[in-house]
Design a protein around this ligand. Structure first.
Ligand code: G6P
Length: 607
């Protein structure tokens, strides 16, 4: 959803900007650009497509001060003229977010004689700052005044060739952090872009504005009050964001799942029981009288919530609803101050999820829990309780390890809720914990099915449609399988609870429609087998992911892969892995851009 990098240093920063953009490319990749302070002018380079294009185009550019951007289009098609930075007079601006009042600002600025050369909301910021510079010549103050007039979400970085060596950055709603070092000072949308130069990071708060030079940093609030923000030493390893021996980040991240799960579950240690405190110091009190759980999330994170609903109701006996965040925030709902609001988000900055969380709080529902992969993110900071999944940075746009670690966290929540509600014996608790602990090994075994899955993927990569079926807690897994396939291979895929087949989708089944079925040996297996017969009877080709002990015979038109272990309640965590691999290999056969699928972005920080 657009990535920003800015650098003020003692030497040429163009390689730092380009390297930083490469790390942020997951945020948007339809065009990229940079602007540096040249010899009494702004030198700007922009290109449509990937950062690699920008790298070649900017090879001859050099300066100690500059800003850069990788774009995911919101206002205006991906094109060079819409690519950032946008220039007005002596200044250049990059922006991540959406300015909601840009139309009124644009009319006002047009009336003042400014000519717009792009369709973006960002160009409004450039002209607004330029117009304010006429009465307030100090760039810091002019940007401060401009920001006070902006409504919406933004992280911006501004340079002025008449005030060389200075970069002004500000944020409201969109992420931005500073990187401090002896050789220069930097800003970026996330820490991965700056690990190349420093580990010392300062997270800006909403409404902060900062000035960076090669040797100084100062921060104020938009009302002019000076503030200090603490320096965090990032623990992120540079290797964690490198591709290593893998072909794609998605492949790397699928194979990192055993480790990601082990890290996430480390909090349980060698203990036979878990305490509410793993969700925060307040958890014991706060969870005590919870009578309902409302999970809010988007995309893959919503699927983890949907899976958890089956656990929470069955094991903890607590009613649970899962709602797509973008729907909840605009719906008139019935508030319940005793309900626990669980916001699930890999990035912790998804605009819809954050807005839904804020909306829930505005209705007086203050029992909030964030399940998130990014500790300093807005969703974590704005929730009363938190659980940080330790998946490590997830770069591939299609979420994989974030999903399985969210599931592990949600199972821990299930156990804690069950304990708080006196529904879990010590034996059950310790048995579940043992199962959780064994997960990394169990996932490893499933990953060994890759070669077989690759063969399957080749068989249906030329198909235009696919159906995914699951039942019970595996229905959300079918949904996740379908989402993965459409996201990265562009094969139209739908998921249904298998019992719904006869109520509509069966009409679509013929020999050209592969039907992928999640079929673990659970209490719904017999019912599922009948559904599969319905598919076979219509000539549908079945691809079944069963357990070692699911009694489904392989026959003509019924292809079968068996997962090595039967995993009971936790089986969704294992059954999603082959579906991830299937979509990955289907995408490879089709030759799509696995890590950067068309039209999508990793963190959607706009509505
Ligand atoms: C985007 C990504 C999805 C992700 C969703 C929610 O759509 O492409 O992979 O599931 O956002 O993201 P979050 O960071 O809130 O989990």
């Amino acid at each position: 959803m657009c990535g920003i990098v800015a650098a003020a240093a003692g030497n040429n920063i163009v390689p730092v900007l380009v390297e930083g953009l490469k790390k942020l490319e997951y945020r948007g990749y339809d065009s990229a650009g940079l602007a540096v302070i040249g010899d009494r002018k702004i030198d700007r380079v922009r290109s449509v497509g990937r950062v690699a294009e920008l790298e070649s185009a900017s090879a001859a550019t050099s300066s100690p001060t500059g800003i850069a951007h990788t774009r995911w289009a919101t206002h205006g098609v991906p094109s060079e003229r819409n690519a950032h930075p946008h220039i007005s007079g002596s200044i250049a601006v990059v922006h991540n977010g959406i300015i909601e009042n840009y139309e009124s600002l644009r009319s006002e600025l047009t009336a003042q004689g400014y000519v717009f050369t792009s369709d973006t909301d960002t160009e409004t910021i450039a002209h607004l700052v330029e117009s304010l510079l006429k009465t307030e010549p100090d760039l810091f103050r002019a940007v401060q005044l401009a920001c006070r007039r902006l409504i919406g979400a933004y992280a911006i970085a501004v340079i002025d060739h008449q005030q060389a060596g200075r970069i002004i950055v500000s944020r409201e709603g969109s992420p931005l952090l500073l990187g401090l070092s002896d050789t220069g000072n930097y800003a970026a949308s996330d820490a991965s872009a700056l690990l190349q130069v420093t580990r010392n990071m300062v997270y800006l708060e909403n409404g902060d504005i900062a000035e960076l030079t090669a040797t100084s940093v100062r921060i104020e609030r938009l009302d002019g009050t000076p503030v200090e923000r603490p320096v965090h030493v990032s623990q992120l390893s540079a290797a964690a964001v490198e591709l290593g021996n893998y072909r794609h980040y998605m492949q790397k991240e699928i194979f990192e799942q055993p480790e990601a799960l082990a890290n996430t579950l480390e909090i349980v240690g060698g203990s036979k029981s878990i305490q509410p405190g793993i969700f925060g110091a307040e958890a014991s009190n706060l969870l005590q009288d919870v009578d309902h759980i409302l999970i809010l999330a988007c995309g893959t994170s919503a699927h983890s919530g949907m899976t958890a609903r089956y656990w929470l109701e069955a094991v903890a006996g607590v009613p649970c609803t899962v709602e797509i965040a973008s729907e909840y925030r605009y719906r008139t709902s019935v508030a319940n101050p005793r309900q626990l609001i669980v916001a699930i988000s890999q990035s912790g900055e998804t605009a819809d999820t954050l807005a839904a969380l804020r909306h829930a709080k505005s209705l007086g529902q203050l029992k909030t829990l964030a399940i998130c992969n990014v500790p300093e993110s807005a969703i974590v900071r704005e929730s009363a309780l938190r659980f940080i999944t330790r998946a490590g940075p997830e770069i591939g746009v299609a979420s994989t390890k974030a999903f399985t670690t969210q599931l592990a966290a949600l199972f821990l929540l299930t156990l804690v809720m069950a304990k708080v509600r006196n529904r879990l014996s010590a034996d059950q608790e310790s048995a579940y914990i043992d199962q959780l602990r064994h997960l990394p090994v169990a996932v490893n075994k499933v990953l060994m099915l890759e070669k077989d899955i690759e063969i399957w993927a080749r068989r249906f990569a030329d198909k235009h449609h696919a159906l995914f079926l699951g039942r019970g807690r595996h229905y959300p897994i079918a949904l996740e399988g379908a989402l993965k396939l459409k996201e990265i291979s562009y094969i139209h895929a739908e998921a249904y609870p298998a019992g719904e087949l006869k109520h509509g989708p069966l009409a679509l089944v013929d020999a050209s429609m592969p039907v992928i079925s999640v079929a673990p040996a659970d209490d719904l297996l017999e019912k599922l087998k009948s559904n599969l017969q319905e598919v076979r009877a219509r000539g549908g080709e079945l691809y079944v992911f069963a357990d070692a002990d699911s009694e489904i015979p392989e026959s003509e038109g019924v292809h079968m892969l068996r997962l090595p272990e039967h995993y009971g309640l936790l089986s969704p965590i294992l059954h999603v892995i082959p579906l991830q691999l299937l979509s990955y290999h289907a995408a490879l056969v089709k030759g799509t851009d696995v890590d950067k699928p068309r039209n999508l972005a990793k963190s959607v920080t706009v509505e």
